[in-house]
Design a protein around this ligand. Structure first.
Ligand code: ATP
Length: 741
């Protein structure tokens, strides 16, 4: 890397655009460019331009009082500029220390009169810190020795040990590491602040989230219980409803059937009753029977009359017989047997009749009657014996005989009539029996129908009671349903899902439902907003937790970076310091032709309070600052404050050269560093610059001829009466060629 070009416009005396081209001398030598010219022509302004474009903020170093002092202020002949702009172009080919992989790096700084300031890198807007880091990475120190101005030569000598340490660190190329370290520390600081804020928010949110978590868990539990309860309620009420409905349908059907049966049976019973009344009203029983009884009584009377007459005639006849003394024989046994046989026959007939299923009263009466007649007849005959057969009969009064015959005929006729009357009576009785039997049957049927009607009525009554009971149960169920699960009412009333999962029901379903309801009541209601709030709070908590995690990881990583940078800085610093010390001693001896000089590190001391308590403890080997000891030849002191002006300048040059030898910067601007040197020392200085120009590009502002002799390109700066610097370049190679031709 080397300084390729400098473009200045509106900066101090460079009012018009001025371009300074720099180029490395051939064979790898970086060479020396000299800027020469009369006092006040603007040479140092060119060096200031380099310092300024590199981001210098010190007004003192820029030799101004206000920032806009760098803008061309105008002259009698030329109006002032509106802005100052400087562009420094670095050739980055070959050894790219920046890692930006840019062939050319153009850094621009621009300042307007209104104070607006801009930086650009390759015409892209940039921040000062970007420019600072870029230059540090390129090994170009900003405030130190890259641009060493007039009066700054012994700056390093007069500065404090701590400032010196900073100066050396920058010179050792540690600046970029320190910037990175500082940037890491800043980030750690920011991250820690963020972390503290985030943790404090988390601490606030945490308890709220825990409460919301609990509420949401309860809500989830509530939903589970509610679902369980709803399933049970659906099954329970559904099943109950179906059972009741089925019961109602069944009871209604039973009621209807029983009622219609009852109506029919009552109708039948009424019909039967009417029939019965009709039967009972028809032909009063007494009339026919009375007539027949009168008839039979009359016949009996007639018979007893005949009997009386017969007895009388018989008596008359017997009297006549007695009178005729005719013997009377007792009734022959055969006649008695015959009579008894007849009685037995009549008796058997009577018994047979009595044993009949349907009793024929007339017949019975007839056989009794017959039995009575036969027995009376036999008894009469046994009491009044007949004349013995074969004996001489007494002549019977024919009139008595005729009358007896008549009586016998009358008997026969009477018996026929009695028989006829009995047959009539028998027929009447049979008719009466049939009627009575029909009445009995009808009465039986009637009472049966009445009983059946009553049974139907009872069944209808039972069904009606069952219906009322079921309706009460249904009302109770509905009331219960409306109280506990009103949402199911529509479903059930509309017919709902008939496929109720009855298998989930158990004997204790009602108890289970009650238990679930109690649990739900215990859990209580939850505001639906809670879920929303929980979601948001959780998301925020997780986001912040992740942020905390990321911040902690970031801090840890940055701590590691800081540790690594610390180690790098310590190692490089130690190595560079040893070399610097060596180089400083050699350049000192070279410039002073002897003597001795060295750099001494001052270790950091622990920080104590008034009581001697340690407030801060440095790390082992931590360097707080650097002291310079210089003893010119023949002198004894070591303290640099005792050096003369020239000695101070030489010591400073020795130190600057040592730095350049230790860590060559791509380029260094030396603004009249040699001003205080005598001719001999100027020569030595020029020689050293010439040697160092192998590795460092030098831009020297000088009035010194020996120094000018080291330059390959020479810029002459002049100033006209318009107060504007003019540039004239002389390439010594061209001059040499010209001189030889
Ligand atoms: P010397 O050899 O004496 O050191 P020099 O060539 O280095 O001189 P400079 O210091 O570069 O001269 O220039 C100083 C001149 O620049 C002064 O005359 C000063 O008035 C002028 N100058 C400084 N700032 C401005 C500005 N903003 N506008 C116009 N002129 C300015």
């Amino acid at each position: 890397m080397y300084l390729k070009r400098l473009e200045i416009q509106g900066f101090k005396t460079f009012a018009q655009k001025t371009v300074l081209e720099f180029k490395p001398v051939a064979s790898g030598r970086r060479g020396v460019t000299a800027i020469v010219g009369p006092n006040g022509s603007g040479k140092s302004n060119a060096a200031d331009a380099i310092r300024w474009v590199m981001g210098e903020q010190s007004l003192k170093l820029l030799r101004g009082k206000k920032s806009e002092d760098v803008i061309f202020s105008g002259s009698d002949k030329r109006s002032r500029s509106g802005f100052a702009e400087v562009t420094m172009v670095l050739e980055n080919e070959g050894e790219d220390r920046t890692g930006l992989d840019l062939g050319e790096i153009a850094v621009t700084r621009r300042l307007y009169r209104d104070g607006q300031s801009e930086y650009e890198v390759n015409r892209q807007s940039a921040r000062l810190q970007d420019v600072t880091l870029l230059l540090a990475q390129a090994g170009i120190g900003q405030r130190t020795y890259s641009v060493i101005g007039q009066g700054m030569i012994d700056h390093v000598l007069v500065s404090t040990p701590t400032e010196r340490k900073e100066f050396f660190d920058e010179a050792f190329g540690l600046k970029s590491f320190q910037l990175k370290r500082q940037s890491a520390l800043n980030k750690i600081d920011d991250s820690k602040k963020n972390l503290a804020q985030t943790e404090s928010i988390l601490n606030e949110i945490g308890p709220r989230l825990a409460t919301l978590d609990r509420q949401v868990r309860r809500l989830a539990e509530r939903e589970t219980l509610q679902a369980e309860l709803q399933a049970l309620e659906f099954a329970y009420y559904g099943s109950e409803w179906i059972q009741i409905e089925r019961g109602i349908v069944s009871a209604t059907t039973r009621f209807d059937v029983a009622r219609s049966e009852q109506v029919k049976l009552v109708e039948i019973a009424n019909t039967l009753e009417a029939e019965l009344a009709q039967m009972e009203r028809a032909t009063p029983r007494g009339d026919g029977f009375k007539e027949l009884r009168v008839k039979l009584d009359a016949l009996a009377l007639e018979k007893s009359g005949l009997r009386e007459r017969e007895l009388s005639l018989e008596t008359q006849k017997a009297v006549a017989a007695v009178r005729a003394e005719k013997p009377w024989s007792p009734l022959p046994l055969s006649k008695i047997i015959e009579a008894i046989e007849s009685m037995r026959f009549a008796h058997e007939e009577l018994m047979t009749e009595l044993n009949q299923e349907r009793l024929d009263i007339a017949k019975v009466r007839m056989f009794v009657e017959a039995l009575h007649t036969l027995s009376v007849d036999l008894a009469g005959k046994l009491q009044r014996p007949a004349p013995e057969p074969g004996q001489n009969t007494v002549a019977i009064d024919p009139q008595i005989e005729a009358e007896l015959k008549e009586i016998a005929n009358a008997y026969t006729h009477l018996a026929e009539r009695v028989m006829q009357a009995n047959i009539e009576l028998e027929g009447w009785n049979r008719g009466e029996d049939e009627k009575r039997s029909h009445i009995f049957k009808t009465q039986h049927e009637l009472s049966q129908k009445r009983a059946e009607a009553q049974a139907s009525e009872r069944r209808a009554g039972d069904a009606s009671v069952e219906l009322a009971r079921l309706e009460t149960r249904r009302d109770g169920l509905l009331a219960d349903l409306r109280l506990h699960a009103p949402e199911l009412e529509g479903k059930l009333l509309e017919g709902g899902d008939r496929n109720v999962a009855l298998e989930v029901l158990s004997a204790d379903t009602s108890g289970k439902m009650q238990k679930l309801r109690s649990q739900l009541e215990w859990i209580g209601g939850i505001d639906p907003e809670t879920i929303k709030e929980h979601g948001e709070t959780k998301e925020r908590f997780e986001f912040l937790s992740k942020q905390v995690e990321d911040l902690r990881a970031g801090i840890q990583a940055l701590d590691l970076v800081v540790d690594e940078l610390d180690a790098t800085i310590r190692t490089r610093s130690a190595t560079a310091f040893t070399k610097l010390n060596y180089e400083f001693s050699s350049y000192f001896k070279k410039l002073f032709d002897g003597g001795d000089a060295s750099l001494v590190e001052i270790q950091s001391e622990p920080e104590l309070d008034e009581d001697g308590t340690v407030l801060w403890e440095p790390e082992a080997g931590e360097v707080a600052g650097v002291d310079i000891q210089a003893t010119p030849p023949g002198k004894r002191f070591k303290n640099i404050s005792l050096l003369s002006g020239g000695e101070r300048a030489l010591t400073s040059i020795a130190l600057i050269c040592a730095i350049m030898a230790t860590n060559p910067s791509p380029f260094v601007v030396l603004d009249e560093v040699d001003a205080a040197l005598d001719e001999s020392n100027s020569r030595k200085y020029a020689e050293i610059i010439g040697t160092l120009a192998d590795k460092t590009q030098f831009v020297v502002v000088t009035h010194n001829r020996a120094t000018m002799m080291q330059a390959s390109v020479l810029y002459g700066v002049t100033m006209g009466d318009d107060g504007v610097s003019q540039l004239l370049s002389v390439d010594f190679a061209d001059v040499e060629k010209l001189r030889r031709s």
